[in-house]
Design a protein around this ligand. Structure first.
Ligand code: AMP
Length: 282
């Protein structure tokens, strides 16, 4: 496995891969890898003949009060895992090279990025879309793999790729959870044992809603109230029931929906979600 640190090196590697007719599968991450990231890497390795992992803690997607400075960084262990899984190249650019002092270009996606995490973190998707565009331009992938854990992010990237005519297939992989249901996240490392226990309210609340939807409940207010009650041990940022593609709020479920939550456990902000497709969806 090769480690590439500049966009030029990355582009040269990809140009050679394209010339050999290889398909490139790309997994963008901020590192501190866990089994959720591993599932994306496994898919990228299996479905392509050159998998690229990027590790970049993107300053453009953090607000000044957020956790950029203390975000976990475990580069050597991340590379060892990627190597084990058969990743061909790790792209790990330096922040100063990605954003020189006179940097002034940003990618903004309207609509789909405005609710949910976009409302709570107004800077967030502009930072994500900008860095993902830069990473796509360096890696030149045929396919890119994202996790349903960040379902709005996948929807925003899909819209960006469609609107800007990027010739890249976006693949969303299921959420990988701990045995007790907690969605895996690099930020779970911040949790104390007591917070780790309380954090289970997120996945439990979604399970309650999943059962209610399977039993025929279709009213968004009813479902959201049930989820909020189950989230009593944590501080809710949002609970939202939205269309899976547009991220527009839904009042009565008739189409595939995303039930998404964000909540603070102590100082740590966690997100989780489920998707539900009604059997009679049109
Ligand atoms: P991050 O490093 O947190 O920015 O995440 C990089 C990619 O891994 C994103 O596409 C995430 O959605 C995905 N990811 C993070 N956690 C999980 C998980 N528990 N299951 C599946 N994918 C995940």
């Amino acid at each position: 496995m090769i480690i590439l640190n500049t966009a030029q090196e990355m582009r040269d590697w990809s140009t050679r891969a394209w010339a050999k007719g290889q398909q490139i599968g790309f997994v963008p991450t901020m590192g501190a890898l866990h089994e959720g990231h591993a599932s994306l890497m496994r898919a990228a390795v299996a479905e392509n003949n050159g998998a690229v992992l990027s590790i970049f803690v993107n300053p453009a997607q953090f607000a000044p009060h957020e956790d950029f400075g203390r975000y976990p960084r475990t580069f050597d262990a991340d590379c060892a895992l990627a190597d084990d899984l058969g990743v061909a190249a790790v792209y790990a650019p330096a922040a100063e090279a990605m954003y020189p002092p006179d940097y002034s270009s940003y990618v903004e996606v309207g609509g789909v990025s405005e609710g949910l995490c976009g409302a709570s973190r107004p800077h967030f998707y502009r930072g994500v879309c900008t860095v993902v565009t830069k990473l796509f331009n360096a890696v030149k992938p045929h396919r890119a793999y994202f996790g349903q854990k960040d379902a709005q992010q996948t929807a925003v990237i899909r819209r960006m790729v469609r609107d800007l005519d990027m010739d890249i297939e976006i693949i969303e992989m299921p959420i990988v959870r701990e045995a007790d249901g907690l969605a895996m996240s690099s930020r779970n490392r911040y949790l104390s044992p007591e917070e780790r226990e309380r954090a289970l309210a997120l996945s439990r609340s979604l399970q309650i809603a999943r059962t209610a939807m399977a039993d025929g409940e279709r009213d968004a207010d009813t479902l959201i109230t049930q989820v909020r009650e189950a989230l009593e041990p944590v501080r809710v940022d949002y609970v939202a029931l939205v269309d899976t593609v547009t991220m527009e709020p839904v009042t009565t479920i008739k189409q595939p929906v995303l039930l998404a939550i964000a909540a603070y456990v102590g100082n740590t902000r966690l997100i989780d979600n489920i998707k539900f497709i009604p059997p009679d969806a049109h």
